[in-house]
Design a protein around this ligand. Structure first.
Ligand code: ADP
Ligand code: MG
Length: 137
């Protein structure tokens, strides 16, 4: 378990962990709204797709941002997903498991859908600036 004390520290952790990810890794990000998941992904995108990584909007930008670069990062935010079937209907399952790194916020919305070999990271808000971040696998 890791403690961070500012958004910048969480971005740094994202850079650090992102720098060690193998292409094709799926990272599931769990935790309440405001826990720091999106902040963490900023660091991952920088480390993986380059320091000038900018989000390229996708047709389904409500759920997916793509960071192009030496290795693309697909950043899913499934907060508004109504049911797991919608994820499949939009063809998203085919976007997972390529060479790109996939970061998925709110994986709980996928129900029992299994993402083989995914890494899980849990975020908890302790106070205004403090978070605990636990890599579960
Ligand atoms: P989530 O994606 O989990 O809903 P965000 O990353 O969008 O959360 O938001 C986290 C908010 O908390 C941001 O406004 C960020 O600046 C703030 N924050 C304060 N301290 C931290 C910290 N230690 N780690 C991450 N974010 C923090
Ligand atoms: Mg978020």
């Amino acid at each position: 378990m890791i403690h961070t004390h500012s958004a910048e520290e969480t971005i740094d952790l994202g850079r650090q962990i992102g720098g060690e990810l193998l292409p094709g890794t799926v990272v599931l990000l769990e935790g309440d709204l405001g826990a720091g998941k999106t902040t963490f992904v900023k660091g991952v995108a920088e480390a993986v797709s380059g320091s000038d990584a900018t989000a390229v909007s996708s047709p389904t930008f409500v759920y997916l941002n793509i960071y192009e670069g030496k290795c693309p990062v697909y950043h899913f935010d499934l907060y508004r997903l109504k049911n797991p079937e919608d994820f499949l209907a939009m063809g998203f399952d085919e976007m997972i498991g390529g060479e790109q790194i996939c970061c998925i916020e709110w994986p709980e919305k996928l129900g029992a859908m299994v993402l083989e070999g995914a890494m899980r990271i849990r975020f908890e808000k302790i106070s205004e600036l403090e978070r605990t971040i636990t890599v579960e696998k």
